[in-house]
Design a protein around this ligand. Structure first.
Ligand SMILES: Cc1cc2nc3c(=O)[nH]c(=O)nc-3n(C[C@H](O)[C@H](O)[C@H](O)COP(=O)(O)OP(=O)(O)OC[C@H]3O[C@@H](n4cnc5c(N)ncnc54)[C@H](O)[C@@H]3O)c2cc1C
Length: 194
């Protein structure tokens, strides 16, 4: 029983391809998400379908692997059972590859204004915020407020933050540069807070 169809879960299931075992891969989504390109979805360079591959098609030809869509909510280790949102599943051996989530490092108040970037929902939420900011700026008469609307702050200067800031700059300077009449998208500022 493998929980999670990310890189960890996929690799584990694939490595068991020739073993005499029955593999069950459980994920709350029916797709494998290629997280390294999430920042491209968040800035409109790619659509969600470009980075999400159905788990069923990945394992179509691996006869000893079945894919189940389910949300795991807990474990009954004594009885070797997974507690699901809508039932339970028995297992012999368990691999937990459920990934990680982002942290606000004690600043939970940031959550309402700044989503993390781990899921497709996060990416499309950021994309909506970014493009709506340019749309609102186009209609804003006050230059000070307009400047604020076109200032994007990325908290975190690791690979994800740097890639995201770079992609924001790219869309402002190239992709949408000539698409507005009242603002100059290339004046948008991407600030990284580290
Ligand atoms: C924006 C971004 C950019 C990155 N760029 C790079 C890069 O350039 N190079 C690199 O090497 N790494 C990169 N990483 C890191 C890499 O993507 C992760 O290390 C990797 O995805 C982790 O794989 P995983 O299998 O542990 O978890 P995940 O890929 O997160 O997979 C976990 C799976 O478990 C499922 N799941 C979770 N909880 C439950 C539950 N309760 N019930 C059922 N299913 C559940 C999820 O739906 C998911 O499919 C990046 C990560 C991010 C977020």
């Amino acid at each position: 029983m493998i929980i999670g169809g990310g890189f960890g879960g996929l690799e584990t299931a694939r490595k068991l391809r020739k073993s005499n075992v029955q593999v069950t891969l459980v994920d709350r989504h029916n797709y494998h998400l290629f997280q390294p390109l999430l920042y491209q979805v968040a800035t409109g360079g790619l659509s969600p379908a470009n980075i999400a591959t159905p788990l069923r098609s990945i394992f179509r030809r691996q006869a000893n692997c079945e894919v189940l869509l389910a949300e795991v909510q807990g474990f009954d280790l004594d009885h070797k059972r997974l507690v699901l949102a809508d039932g339970e599943l028995k297992y012999d051996h368990l691999v937990v590859a459920a990934g990680a989530t982002h942290s606000y490092f004690g600043h939970e108040e940031w959550a309402s204004v700044a989503p993390g970037l781990k899921t497709l929902q996060d990416a499309t939420s950021i994309r909506r915020k970014v493009f709506l900011a340019f749309e609102a700026a186009e209609r804003e008469k006050n230059p000070k407020i307009r400047e604020q609307m076109m200032t994007f702050v990325v908290v975190g200067g690791g690979p994800t933050g740097v890639e995201l800031a770079g992609a924001l700059s790219e869309i402002a300077r190239h992709t949408i540069r000539n698409d507005f009449r009242h603002i100059h998208p290339e004046d948008a500022l991407s600030l990284i807070h580290i």
